[in-house]
Design a protein around this ligand. Structure first.
Ligand SMILES: [Cu+2]
Length: 147
């Protein structure tokens, strides 16, 4: 009886170890991702998320792709004299051990030419390609803007 429970404990311990390895093996963590629902004829949509680099080296986000869109760019909204402009960035830098936030009025994904109208409740598969050809795939929900 005692031996059996020791085995059970050991099995549980090993299980928890492998679960830990799975989550900590990805150096990049994507959280809070969403795409803002746009009017019916919109040719572009905006996407936001927090990207955490858990390594002690800085990481570059080179590109983003999705079967739901023709093209995806990185933009930053910049206000000058009360006018917002969007500045394209070829890639984004995520500093070591830090979180980079894409948020309304700041850095965002610009998702061009949706294959079909996307509304709240829809989900989109997004592939982010980081330094050293590391791909991170994530599912991004479409939501109405929160004010
Ligand atoms: Cu933009």
């Amino acid at each position: 009886m005692r031996i059996l429970s020791l085995f059970t404990l050991l099995a549980l311990f090993l299980l928890s170890l492998s679960a830990c390895n799975e989550t900590s093996s990805s150096p990049v963590v994507i959280e809070g991702a969403w795409i803002r629902e746009a009017p019916p004829n919109a040719t572009a949509m905006a996407g936001y998320m927090q990207i955490t680099n858990t390594t002690d080296k800085h990481i570059i986000l080179h590109s983003a792709a999705s079967p739901a869109f023709k093209a995806i760019e990185f933009h930053r909204s910049v206000e000058k004299d009360g006018v917002y402009r969007m500045i394209p960035h070829l890639h984004l830098h995520i500093a070591a051990n830090s979180t980079f936030e894409l948020k309304p009025g700041d850095y965002h994904l610009m998702l061009f030419t949706p294959a079909k109208r996307l509304v709240e409740g829809d989900e989109v598969t997004l592939t982010l390609t980081f330094s050293e050809d590391q791909d991170v795939e994530t599912i991004v929900p479409v939501k109405k803007a929160e004010y």
